[in-house]
Design a protein around this ligand. Sequence first.
Ligand SMILES: [Zn+2]
Length: 601
Amino acid sequence: MAVQSLYRKWRSQTFAELVGQEHVVQTLRNAIAEDRVGHAYLFTGPRGVGKTTMARLLAKAVNCLHPDPAARPCGVCEMCTAIAEGRAVDVIEMDAASHTSVEDAREIIERVQFRPSVARMKVYIIDETHMLSTAAFNALLKTLEEPPDHALFILATTEVHKVPATILSRCQRFTFVRHSVTSMAAHLRRIAAAEGIALADGAPEAIARAATGSMRDALGILEQLASFVEGPITLHHVQSLLGMTAAAEVDALIAALLAADLTAALRAVNAVANQGADLRQFARDLVERLRAVMLLKATGDRALLDLGDDEVAQLAQWAQQAEMAALVQWVKLFSNLDYQLRTTPYGHLPLEVAVVEALLAPAPATQPVAPRPQPARPLPSAPVMAPRPQPVVPAEPARSIYMSFVTAGMLHPQPVVPTEPARPPVAEQPTPAAEPVEPAAPAPADPPPPPPAAWAAAQHARPPADPAAARAAAADLSLLEQLEATWEDFKRDVRPRSPTVQALLNSARPYDVEGNTIVLLVSSAFHKERLEEPKNRAIIEEVLRRRLGKAYAVRCTIEEKSVEPTDLRGKIREARKDELVRAALNIFDAHIVDIEPLEPE
Ligand SMILES: [Zn+2]
C-alpha cells in the first residue's frame, strides 16, 4: 500500500465510480453521448475535490474505443488503460506550478498544432492553470482563439480569479464543490472494506471532517492510520493522529451548558486539560458545534450542517433545548478564546472563566432578571414595624438600575440608630440651589456620615421626599406584597374557622396597607357588608394576627383608586410592580424612598 497511494489506486476509472460532483458528471456525460464535447474546459474548486480525476475521465471519454458513446469511458479498452497508466502520448498532463519555465509551457502548448499520434484527440490537462507564465497564457490564448479540431484543453485551478478573463471567456467552466462528510465517509468505508481495513463507528466521519472536503486528504489520512494501527481504526486513533480533541468532551460541555450545570461543565473542561489536548482546538471544536446548533435552531435546515444522521439528531435535540440568545452569547464567548488560550500563562483558566461566565451571566434577552435570594437574615414577622436594621449603601450598583428608578434612600440611607438624637428631615437641611453643599457641611447636632462622593451630586440635585413617609409607604407595600404572595394560604387558614368567610374572601384580594389597617378590594357592596360584619371581621383579623405576628384591622373597599399615581405612595407602589426594581430592592436589601422623574423638570 505504501507503494501506491490509496488516492491513486482508487481514482475513479469511470464516471459511475466518481464520488460527488454529480452536476459536472451529468453535463459531461451528455456532451460525450451527443458528441458535442467542446475544446476548452475550466474546472475550478478547492484542492482534492476531484478536478484532475474528472479531467482524466474526460480525456479517456473522448478517446475511448467503446462502440457506445454513452458507455465511454469504459475504463478497460486500450486507450482507457493507457491514459490511466499515464503512457498515452496524446494526453499531456502538465502542472503549471512546476512548469514555470516560460519556454517549457509555451512550447508544449504550441505543439498542439501537430495531430495526435494514436488517439482521436490530443488532450492537454493543465493543473494549477493560474500559475502559467504570461508567455504561456499568450500561447494558450492564441490556441484557444482557433483551436484545432483534434485539441481538447482541460484547465484546472484552485484560484480562478488569477486566470485572465480572456482565457475564462473561451472555456466552459465547471465549479467543483467540497465533498460532504456523509459522502466522504461512505467512500472511505467502501475503500476500507475493499482494502481489508477495519473502521470503527465514527472513525470515517472524523477523518472526513478533518479532511474538510478533500477526498485526497481523507484517503491520505486513512492510509497513514492503516500503516500504524493494528486492528480496527477507532475514533480515538483518528483523534490522536490529528490532534483532535475528544468529541465526547465537547458534547459533554454543551450538554452541561444547556443544563446550566456548572460543575459538569467545569469537569468537562478539566478532563480535556488533563488529557493534554490542544485547548485551542477544543475551543474551536466547541464553537463549531455550537454554531451548528445555532444554525439548526435558526433555520431548521439540516442540509446546512453536512453531518451524519445520528449527529444531526443530537444537535436537533440541543437546538430544541437551547435559547437562541444563549447560543449566540456562547458562540461569541468561546470564539473569542483563541487568542487568550494562545497567550495565557494560566493554562486552561480562560476556558474555565468563559464557562463560568456563560452560565452565570445569562444572555439578557432570554433570562429575566431573577431576584436574588434574600440574604440569610430572616424576614421580620411584621415588616411594617421593623425598620431595616442596617440600610445598605450599595457600593456601586449597576448604573442602569440606578437610572431606571431612583432613590435618595439608596443614595443616602439614614442608619436607624436608636440613640441617635432627632435629626431634622433632610429637606430642611440648608441646600442652596445655586451652590451645592459640600457633603461635610455642618449640620445641626450630629451630622450624618458624608455620603460617598459619587452620590453627593445626585443627592443635592433635588430635595428628597419625606424619608419617613417613604419608609412607611415602603413598609406598608412590602407587607402588601407579602399578603398578595400568601393570599391562597391565608384563605386556607380561614377555612377551618369559617367556610363562609373563606368563600367571601374568594371575591376579595389584598389591596393596600395603611399603617395598622389592611385594605381588601372586594367585588361588590354585598361582599363588603358581609366581610365587615364584626364576627366575620374578627375571624379575618385573628388569622392575620397569627400569620403576621401583630394585630391589624381590616376594612374593605369596592373602589379602585385612580390608575395614575400622583402621590409618593402611589408612585412607589407602581415602581414596586417592576420586576427589575423588585430585583434591585432584594439585591441591595433597600427600599424606595423617592421617585424622581427621568427627565429633569
Ligand atoms: Zn475505453
